[in-house]
Design a protein around this ligand. Sequence first.
Ligand SMILES: O=C(O)C(=O)C[C@H](O)C(=O)CO
Ligand SMILES: [Zn+2]
Length: 266
Amino acid sequence: MDVRHATAPDHAAGMTTEQLRARFLVEELFVPGEVRLTYSHEDRMVIGGAAGPAELPCPDELRSEYFLERRELGVVNVGGPGTVTVDDVRYELGGKECLYVGRGARRVSFDGRFYLVSTPAHASFPTVKATLDDAEPVRLGGREGSNERTIYKYIHLKGIQSSQLVLGVTVLEPGSMWNTMPCHTHERRTEVYFYFDLAESDRVVHLMGRPDQTRNLIVAGDQAVISPCWSVHCGFGTRSYAFVWAMGGENQAYEDVEPVAIGDLR
Ligand SMILES: O=C(O)C(=O)C[C@H](O)C(=O)CO
Ligand SMILES: [Zn+2]
C-alpha cells in the first residue's frame, strides 16, 4: 500500500510540481485483477481502485485481522455493471451507484471497476446499496458560469449512515467545466476528489492550496486528489466529467465549510 504523510500548508507552499503531485495526486488506481490502495495520514483515509475480479486485501500497515475490522468503506461503480460481494451477499451496482460497507464485514470482493474510500469507524452501520435516484439529486450552477451540475449525496447525515465517512458523486452537464466554484475549505475534514468519465486526451486543472496561495495539479481521468483541511479543492475540465467526493474527519455536516470569495483567491 502506498502511504502518504500529512502536509502542513507552509510546507506545501514551497513544493515543486513533482513534489505536489507525489504528495497529493493518486495516479495509478486501476490495475487489472488488483485492488490498489493508498493510505493518507490526512484523517487516515484509504483511497483505492478495484479492477476485478479481485478481493479487498488487508495490508500490514492496518495492523488488523481484516480490512474492515476498525474501518468502514464507500464503494462507487465507475465502470459498467458490476458486482460487490460482502460476506457472501452479492450486490449488483450500475454505473455511479454506491455501496456503503459497515465495520465488521470480513470479506469484500469486486467484479467490475470500483472506486473505494475508507475511513476509521468507531461503530458498525448496516451495509446499504444506493442508486442515483436514492441520492436525492440537487442541481446547482448554470451555463453562464460553466458549472451546471448535479450533486448526488450518498453517505451523509440525512442519507446512508456511517461513523464518519461522507461521500457523493457530482456530474457536470455537457458544456459545463467548473466544479465547486466559488470554492471552500473545511477545517474539520479532509476531502478526496476522484475524477472520472473524462476522455484520455482531456484533463482537469485542479486548484489546491491555501486560498491565498493556490497551486494547480493537472489531473487525468481515473485519478484522485487529496485535499487537506487547509486546502481549497475545485477544478476546470477541458471537457465535462464526473467526480466522486469523499470526506473524513471531525463532523459530517456537508454545509460546514469556510467559503472563499472568488476575488480572494491568489
Ligand atoms: O460540485 C460541487 O460543488 C461539489 O461537488 C462540491 C463537493 O461536494 C464538496 O467539496 C463537498 O465539500
Ligand atoms: Zn469540499
